[in-house]
Design a protein around this ligand. Sequence first.
Ligand SMILES: Nc1ncnc2c1ncn2[C@@H]1O[C@H](COP(=O)(O)OP(=O)(O)OP(=O)(O)O)[C@@H](O)[C@H]1O
Length: 214
Amino acid sequence: MLDVENLQVTLANLGFRWNFKLPEGSFLAVTGSSGIGKSTLLKSLIGMQRRQTGTVRWKGKECNIEATGLQPFGMLFQKDNVFDHLSVERNLSFGLSANGKLKSEQYQLLESAARRFGILDQLSKRASSLSGGQQQRVALARVFLQNKPVLLLDEPFASLDPELRQDGLKWVLELQREQGATIIMVTHHLSEVEHVAQFQLEGLSASHWAFSSL
Ligand SMILES: Nc1ncnc2c1ncn2[C@@H]1O[C@H](COP(=O)(O)OP(=O)(O)OP(=O)(O)O)[C@@H](O)[C@H]1O
C-alpha cells in the first residue's frame, strides 16, 4: 500500500494537501486542469518539492526523501528524461547501476530492454541525436531496468502522436503486469487511460487548498 497522509506543500500563495491510499499494483490516473498541482503532487512524493508536513509510506515504511536510491519511486517526466550528452547505452546503464558500470549479465538485461523498447540499434548513438519519442523510449527502458515498485509518470507521452501514446501506455501496463508496479500517471488524455486505471484523482481542487482522498 502507498499511504499518503496529510501531505502538504505551499508554493508562493498556493497550498496543496493530499490524502490517499493506493493498493500495490494499482493504477491511479491523475487528471484535471492546468495548474491544479498534478506535477507538484508527484514531485512532493519523491521529495523534489519541499513538504510542509505529512508522511508518505510504502508498505508501512516511511519513504526517506534523502536516500534517493532507497526510495520506491521511479519517475518519468514529459521531457528531459535522458542525459543528452551520453550514449543511449550509458543512459540505460544507470537503470542498473549507480555508476553505470555493468557486469555481463546486467548488460544482457540492458540489451533485452533495448530490444523490447525498439532502441537496440540506437545504443551507440548520443541521446541528443534521437527524436523526442525515441528519447522517451530510452527513459521508459531505463525505468523498466530500475524495476522500482512505484512509477510516477508525469504526462510522459504527451508530446507523442496518438499511436505512440498508445504504445507508451501499452508498455506502462506491461510494467504494471510483469513487475507488479504501482502506477501514478498524470495525464490530460483521460479517455486513453480510464479503461485501465482502477482509480482516478480528478479535479484536485478549484480552490487554493486541494484535498482529495480515495
Ligand atoms: N516552484 C514554484 N514556485 C511557485 N509556484 C509554483 C512552482 N511550481 C509550480 N508552481 C505553481 O503551482 C501550481 C501547480 O503547478 P503544477 O505544475 O503542479 O500544475 P499542474 O496541474 O501539473 O499543471 P499542468 O497541467 O499545466 O502541468 C501552478 O499554479 C504553478 O504555477
